[in-house]
Design a protein around this ligand. Structure first.
Ligand SMILES: Nc1nc2c(ncn2[C@@H]2O[C@H](COP(=O)(O)OP(=O)(O)OP(=O)(O)O)[C@@H](O)[C@H]2O)c(=O)[nH]1
Ligand SMILES: [Mg+2]
Length: 375
């Protein structure tokens, strides 16, 4: 895309001319400064599509200064919302200008030109009728390349039809399309897995990978950049061996493709999920899988819900999300079993100890001068 900030307005050259005012002196005002082009992180959009179709972002120019010391109006900034996870590169130098990851983050990608000075600024005792004035600053113009890398804690990886979208929809309220044909998922989708203590984990579902993906077969590996920010990769294997697939071969191929894509990504912490355990062939395949590869996957079924809790907890162990609700009884060194029973008529003093959320002491009224307290 192309961005251009606003040009600064020129300073004005003007002399005060008014009836009955002799030698009015300089009165040319300053130009207004040009608008900036500003990228702002937004959680309301999740793709760069709108910029793809409208790749020119030009901010407004500043207005020129005028006579009677009138200042030019400053140019309006052009605020462009971009999804979180957008990397901004200078297309000509290839340098990374900004990485927009924080909520509400603002980055000026093209700074507006400064406004010029009008001739009022140049008056002095020896130059009482200056004609000097300066032009407005030049705008900044750049060609940018934007790259979106989805921000998620965990990323799902697997062959088409392995059940990645099914897993995401079983664990979160995301509603990816699920169907029995390959490449149902064409764009990354992020869902949020919620825990009882309000901890959250974001998990991204990306299109399926097939053998040769590193060389561009299928949908290729380009979308794997969406997993580059994930703390943990989740390999989803179809244990039913649908379409005569061999689950252990599937895993080997996946690993090979990821290694070819990026050694760093291949070494990322990962979990292996054996899906479709409700299918009749699954148990046998799982035993062979463990034999062949010497690793024990987490057995789940999106159809029956089996094993999903185990997966959720294992995921939590690696991602370690922040807990948002701190007032657990355990933290206060209390054991709920010790809590005395109550009939509901009257709360025993013993039980009140557990009610950490009640402020039992009345706060002292603060004296305030307006209440007429004498100090
Ligand atoms: N029996 C059984 N079928 C499942 C299970 N999980 C998913 N499926 C089926 O497998 C098929 C593919 O599921 P998806 O979730 O779309 O697979 P995907 O990995 O997202 O596939 P792509 O988006 O094409 O890469 C669908 O027909 C699902 O109903 C499971 O645990 N048991
Ligand atoms: Mg899918």
């Amino acid at each position: 895309m192309r961005v251009r900030s606003g040009r600064g307005g020129d300073g004005s050259m003007s002399m005060r001319r008014e009836a009955l005012v002799e030698f009015g002196g300089p009165d040319g005002g300053d130009g207004g400064r040009g608008g900036d082009v500003v990228f702002v992180a937004s959680d309301h959009i999740n793709s760069l599509l709108s910029l793809y179709y409208d790749p020119k972002c030009y901010a407004q120019d500043g207005e020129n200064g005028q006579s009677q010391k009138m200042y030019g109006k400053r140019g309006k900034d052009l605020v462009v919302p971009v999804p979180r996870g957008t990397e901004v590169y200078d297309a000509d130098t290839g340098l990374l200008i900004a990485d927009i990851t924080e909520p509400g983050q603002r980055v000026i990608v093209a700074k507006g030109g400064a406004g010029g000075y009008g001739n009022v600024h140049f008056k002095s005792s020896v130059n009482q009728a200056p004609t000097e004035h300066t032009p407005g600053g030049e705008p900044e113009e750049k060609r940018l390349r934007l790259e979106l890398k989805t921000i998620a804690d965990a990323g799902l990886l697997g062959f088409p039809n392995a059940g990645k979208s099914s897993l995401l929809s079983s664990l979160s309220s995301a509603t990816p399309k699920i169907a029995s044909y390959p490449f149902t998922t064409l764009n990354p989708i992020v869902g949020t897995i919620r825990y009882d203590d309000y901890a959250n984990i974001a998990m991204a579902d990306v299109p399926g990978i097939i053998e040769g993906a590193a060389k561009g077969v299928g949908l290729g590996l380009a979308f794997l950049r969406h997993l580059e920010r994930s703390k943990v990769l989740v390999y989803v294997i179809d244990m039913a061996g649908s379409d005569n697939r061999l689950p252990w071969e599937d895993f080997r191929i996946l690993r090979k493709e990821i290694e070819e894509y990026s050694a760093e990504l291949a070494e990322r912490p990962h979990l292996v999920v054996a899906n479709k355990m409700d299918a009749p062939e699954a148990q046998e395949n799982l035993a062979r899988f463990v034999d062949e590869l010497g690793l024990e996957p987490i057995a789940v079924s999106c159809a029956t819900g089996e094993g999903l809790d185990v997966f959720k907890e294992e995921l939590r162990g690696i991602v370690k999300p922040k807990v948002k609700f701190h007032h657990t009884h355990a933290e206060h060194g209390m054991d709920l079993a010790e809590m005395p029973d109550t009939t509901g008529e009257e709360i025993p003093a013993e039980a009140l100890k557990f009610a950490t959320f009640l402020k039992l002491e009345k706060p002292k009224a603060k004296s305030h001068p307006s209440r007429g307290n004498i100090h």
